[in-house]
Design a protein around this ligand. Structure first.
Ligand SMILES: [Zn+2]
Ligand SMILES: [Zn+2]
Length: 189
């Protein structure tokens, strides 16, 4: 692991931060953590100890905050990562474009800039919470519409709620759209 990007500060996206200490220990150094100023303000408040100078042993995570914002292309871990804003209703989240790969989770509406950033993407990972509409997450029908507009060869659903039964998804999702699973590898040109 070379870098960490936080899309936003919701608990389901940040409470695993303490587990990065083992990555630090294996690599013998701090990890850069990229996020917006708003997200960094929240995580530096909640995990203040993770941002202190490195001490031997890594008994806590060691992270170097890097402020980024939507619209930027940021070099991270040898890649040029294009960042774009997404509407999560209760806050803005960061979407990512890395070469032929796109990543969009925790989004209920995609602004036009997001569609522009995702144009021509080959593999797209997208948050899809349930079958019925949801106030802050995209639901299945919406994600299918987005996927058809974006036209990625492979669209992979993530952040699925308990309503999304695996067997149902296998039979109901159109070709080219599939649920993710732990350890999945998405290959892009
Ligand atoms: Zn979430
Ligand atoms: Zn969220």
């Amino acid at each position: 692991m070379d870098a960490v990007v936080l899309t936003h500060s919701h608990a389901d996206h940040v409470v695993g931060l303490d587990e990065l200490r083992m990555i630090n220990r294996l690599m013998g150094r701090a990890l850069p953590l990229y996020a917006t100023a708003a997200t960094l303000a929240e995580v530096t408040r909640r995990f203040d100890y993770a941002f202190r100078p490195v001490t031997p042993g890594f008994f806590r995570p060691a992270l170097e905050p890097q402020v980024v914002e939507p619209g930027q292309v940021v070099p991270m871990a040898g890649f040029d990562v294009r960042l774009f804003a997404q509407d999560h209703k209760v806050m803005e989240t960061l979407g990512l474009r890395i070469g032929g790969f796109g990543y969009s989770t925790d989004v209920v509406e995609l602004p036009e800039e997001a569609f522009a950033a995702l144009e021509g993407v080959h593999g797209w990972v997208v948050g899809c919470f349930q079958r019925k509409p949801h106030p802050v997450h995209a639901h299945v029908a919406k994600v299918i519409d987005w996927a058809q507009r974006i036209g990625a060869a492979q669209t992979v659903l993530t952040h699925m709620g308990p309503d999304l039964d695996w067997g149902w998804m296998q039979s109901a999702l159109p070709a080219g759209i599939e649920p993710s699973f732990d350890g999945m590898i998405v290959e892009v040109p």
